[in-house]
Every structure is written in structure tokens, then in C-alpha cells.
Design a binder for this molecule. Structure first.
Ligand code: TXA
Ligand code: MG
Length: 376
């Protein structure tokens, strides 16, 4: 039964975000023409209303629904239903021991399933919510489905800052467990089309709110330890956190021998089909590398800021203007996914600055490369 394909698949749209090229696949069209995608702009409130109502219906029935957040697209299910949450793991092919983030539409909602919220955690919520910050808090026993937290005594919570996500959560009035809506191991989806690519046939509905703003997953901060500690860097940086709560710890990606505190961080992540290599950010070095790779009759893609376009690799995917790190964050996952549409043998990425959101970018790139560097 588990593998049976759902016959209904919609991409629906929300026009509050001034998205012009929206996709709409109606059930009937899908059945008739088998996956033909019709592009139409949806620009009246009644259509939006119907889409939200459909999403809420599906969630209440125990189905999964993909939706945009300000970071990446999430794949949601009602966090109190073990059966519904199991569908998330199944659709993504996600390891069972990797807990999910619970999304809420208001700060109040977390009281139903957390205990003893530390003062500093409250300060963080008051400062950064809604926004790209996930807090690991003590779980109130027997409140959420066990598979949400993978049996841990803690739970990750976040209130997203996205008009579609918030509207959905406010209508539903229930916490939603949602990991990123990608196939496990692949880069997180920053567009509805990415979700469709990875999960087509496996989930009934994608709410399309256009490209996500930040493009990298939320910062995860652990309040279950003595000193609050960043488990996953993201849009809310260490400096931003320290400004409001003082000293914050950090689990270094190089701490390979330590048991990973965020269980998800031990798995392969963000990986295109071809191997990714980090390289020194010098035009000369990258040119040398490309020559070397070409000498071996291999094809190379470069993912880098525009200044590297002059290096004649076989493919170039831009991360925007040099040192515009928020643009690089926004473009990174699309670029990694673009590589999978090519016949490259190797992907080179000149490293970026670790300032600000650069910490999060380099964290994802080090994982995508599995720590590999190209030396010529
Ligand atoms: O921006 C985001 O956070 C996106 C959007 C959809 O909200 N979600 C997301 O979820 O990235 P996911 O499942 O792909 O990543 C959640 C991370 C994983 O590394 C997981 O191990 C960690 O958070 N995590 C969740 N609950 C945890 C807990 N109780 N203790 C430690 N780590 C936890
Ligand atoms: Mg993920």
C-alpha cells in the first residue's frame, strides 16, 4: 500500500507575493494530459481562499501539504498525528531518527507542547519571531506524535515569517510538523518546482508562493543545554543572537567525532549527483583546476560569484555579485539543483566569506562537498 501513487496532484498559487508566473495544475488536466503543466496567473482572492481551504482540509484529514516559508519550502503534517507525520518520512525517504521542526502561527501555541521555557528562549522568540530561528525546547510529554521528535525529550519550534505559511497556520490553529520539502539528501526546495521535482506523485498538494526569500534553512539554537548553542547556522546569525542573549555556543562542522547534537546533521545533505569540491577563491586557481579537469576529458561546472564567469568551465551557475552574501544564500540551492540537469563530472565552488550569513552558506557547502577540496 505504501508505494501507491496518489492520483491527485495540484500546484496552487498565492498572489499576495506579486508572483507573475504561477503554475496551476488542475486534477482534471492532470488526469487527461498526464502531467501537462499549465501556467496561469491567479489573481483573485476567492482562488486563494479555495487553495487555503483545500490545504487545511487535507491536513485535518491527516494528509501532507507542501508550503513556502521565508527560508525554504516545508512539507507539513498535523504534529499530533503519528500517521500523518509518518507520511512525511515516507514521502521524503527521511531516516526515522531525524526529528522534525514544529511550526506555529503564534507564540502562544507552543505552551501546549513545551515545558519550562527558559527566559533567554522567550527573549529570542520575542525578538526574532516570526522569523528564521528554530528553538530546541523541553517537550511536554505525551502532547505531540512521537515520530515528530524521534523519541527525544526536546522539540524544535519555529514561527515562520511568510504570508502563506502564517495564513495556513492561522486557519488550521494547530501545530504543523514540517521538514524541508525535498527528497532526503537533496538541497532544500526554494521554489514550488523543486518540490514538484522531488515529490511529484507522492504528495497531494503544493502551495506555491514563488521563490523563498532567504533560501537557506532556519538557524537552530538549542536551549536544552546550559549555554544556548547553535546547532545549525542560518539567517539569524550568532552575532544577532549574542546581541540579545549574551554568549552563545556553536557546534563546529569540523567536530566530526562528536555525536551530532542536531541529529539531522550527520546525514549526507544538499548533495548534487556529481561530486562537489571546494576551492580557493582565486581566478588563477580555478582556471588551473578547470584545465586539469579538461585534460582528463571531464566536464566541470562552476558555482560562484559573477567574477568567476570568465573562467571557461563547461557550465557556470551564478551566486550573484561578489560579497553579496544574501544573494548567494538565495541562489545556492537552485545552483546545486541546476547541476543535476547537466552532464558534469565535477562541480567546483570557490569558498565564500564566513561573515554573517556566510557561516550558513559555508556550512551547507562543506556538507554538499562532504569536506572535499580541489588542489591542483
Ligand atoms: O527553515 C527551516 O528550518 C525549514 C522550514 C521548512 O521551516 N525546515 C527545516 O527542517 O529545515 P529540517 O527537518 O530539514 O531540518 C531540521 C533540523 C534537522 O537537522 C534536525 O535534526 C534538527 O533540526 N532538529 C529538529 N528537532 C530537533 C531536536 N529536538 N533536537 C535537536 N535537533 C533537532
Ligand atoms: Mg532538511
Amino acid at each position: 500500500m505504501g508505494m501507491a501513487k496518489k492520483e491527485v496532484f495540484h500546484i496552487v498559487t498565492n498572489n499576495n507575493l506579486k508572483v507573475t508566473n504561477n503554475l496551476w495544475i488542475s486534477t482534471q488536466e492532470r488526469r487527461k494530459v498526464n502531467m501537462k503543466t499549465t501556467i496561469a496567473s491567479v489573481d483573485n482572492l476567492s482562488t486563494d481562499n479555495a487553495s487555503y481551504a483545500q490545504a487545511v482540509d487535507l491536513l485535518i484529514k491527516g494528509e501532507v501539504v507542501a508550503f513556502p516559508t521565508e527560508t525554504v519550502y516545508g512539507l507539513g503534517a498535523i504534529a499530533t498525528s503519528e500517521e500523518a507525520v509518518a507520511k512525511i518520512f515516507e514521502a521524503k525517504g527521511r531516516p526515522q531518527d531525524n526529528p522534525l521542526i514544529v511550526h506555529v502561527g503564534s507564540k502562544e501555541e507552543i505552551k501546549a507542547f513545551t515545558n519550562n521555557i527558559p527566559k533567554l528562549a522567550q527573549v529570542c522568540m520575542d525578538t526574532f519571531w516570526p522569523g528564521p530561528l528554530t528553538l530546541i525546547l523541553p517537550l511536554k510529554p505525551d502532547t505531540l506524535a512521537k515520530n515528530v521528535t524521534a523519541g527525544l525529550q526536546t522539540v524544535g519550534v519555529r514561527m515562520p515569517e511568510h504570508i502563506v505559511a502564517l495564513e495556513l497556520l492561522k486557519r488550521l490553529k494547530q501545530p504543523v510538523a514540517a521538514p524541508s520539502a525535498n527528497k532526503s539528501g537533496k538541497p532544500s526546495p526554494t521554489k514550488a518546482a523543486h518540490v514538484y521535482h522531488d515529490l511529484e506523485g507522492k504528495i497531494p498538494l503544493i502551495l506555491d508562493g514563488g521563490a523563498t526569500g532567504i533560501g537557506l534553512e532556519s538557524t537552530v539554537i538549542d536551549f536544552a543545554s546550559d549555554i544556548p548553542s547553535i546547532l545549525r547556522p542560518g539567517g539569524v546569525t550568532k552575532a544577532m543572537l549574542e546581541k540579545v542573549i549574551g554568549q552563545v555556543g556553536e557546534s563546529k562542522p569540523t567536530d566530526h567525532n562528536d555525536a551530532p547534537r542536531a541529529p539531522g546533521m550527520k546525514y549526507t545533505h544538499y548533495a548534487p549527483d556529481s561530486p562537489v569540491y571546494l576551492i580557493e577563491p582565486s581566478i588563477v586557481k580555478v582556471k588551473e583546476a578547470v584545465d586539469k579537469i579538461h585534460n582528463e576529458q571531464k566536464k566541470v561546472a562552476i558555482i560562484a560569484s559573477e567574477s568567476f564567469e570568465q573562467v571557461k568551465g563547461d557550465y557556470f551557475f551564478s551566486l550573484g555579485i561578489e560579497n553579496q552574501l544574501s544573494d548567494a544564500a538565495h541562489l545556492l540551492y537552485q545552483a546545486l539543483r541546476d547541476c543535476d540537469e547537466t552532464d558534469v563530472d565535477i562541480i567546483l565552488v570557490p569558498v565564500l566569506s564566513k561573515e554573517g550569513v556566510g557561516t550558513a552558506i559555508m556550512n551547507r557547502l562543506e556538507k554538499a562537498a562532504d569536506g572535499k577540496w580541489f588542489y591542483s
